[in-house]
Design a protein around this ligand. Sequence first.
Ligand code: FAD
Length: 323
Amino acid sequence: MVGLGRFIVKLLPIAPKFIVKRIAGRYVAGSNLHSAISLMKKMDKENTCFTIDVLGEEIKTLDEARFFVEEYSRVLDEIISHDIDANISLKPTAFGLLLDKNIAIQNIEEILNKAALSDIFVRLDMEDHRVTQATIDIVLLMQERGFENIGTVLQGRLFRTGEDIKNITKSLGSFSDFRICKGIYLEPNEISHTGYQDIVNATNDCIDLMLESDSYTAIASHDYPIINHSLKKLENMKMYPDNDSRPNSIGPRKGKGLGYEFQFLLGVRGDLRRELASKGHLTRVYVPYGTKWYEYGVRRIRENPDIAWHVTKTLLMPWTNRR
Ligand code: FAD
């Protein structure tokens, strides 16, 4: 069915927007905050928690950055007023990182400060290699300013990531809080692995390093070789949903697992997520919403033509659609 999926991907640019909207609907909560809140409430029985992402990345003016500050501020208000088990994920370039670093830092600090008042965690998503160091620097700076509710994402495919883990954990010790993923950006081969197996191996090495260095480790992958490796490593380290045996780990924190969690994109491998949750592992769903749903949905479908086929099947046979 990959061939059919590729064919569907080719048709995307000429497909009516309402069709793409149906397709994107699997990966995006909707175009506004209200839709994200309703979706999370609907998923209440799934024994999972959430991270909310306002869609949009690199911006052209600092006014656009203000939009994101205000929108994330509303997100925090809604998490609190609806008592939802969620934290937030934000993209530093949407806060102005590539326009004015100092303003971006102020913007991020404003949101971090508001989140800290309610003990809500803030994850800086990792974008392409132009901002890897700047994103890490912001996390280190914010921790230096006393915020413990911040962490970033590292990408297994980048050659530099092993060193980044060592440097961050050297500065932050067990307050290091990572999301580890393969990395969505296709980076040049001078700085990153490009083959599937190399990326899986490198990502698994990063997971080991994070767990061994007492960091909180959020494993963000739908790929069995990564999930199975993580489960085995956790068992070897005697880390269980109700017991983190590492002597230097920081212990229970609001809305977090004991030392680790598994993260999934909305609409992807819900069956695997539910299986992990049924075994007691903390799972989290990444819930994007916003008016940029079209760009995000198309990107998700392009990433994986197989999905185009699954989603088409879902449209024709809606009963097969299980988030
Ligand atoms: P893959 O080999 O790509 O996928 C394994 C299987 O999962 C596929 O065969 C398919 O069945 C299913 N699958 C995977 N992706 C999709 C999809 N889009 N739609 C439907 N099915 C799919 N990357 C960054 O660079 N920066 C980030 O900040 C970042 N944050 C992330 C947060 C979360 C919670 C997750 C889960 C991923 C994030 N990523 C991020 C993306 C990540 O780097 C990968 O690009 C993405 O997860 C696909 O890799 P995979 O490990 O799931 O393996």
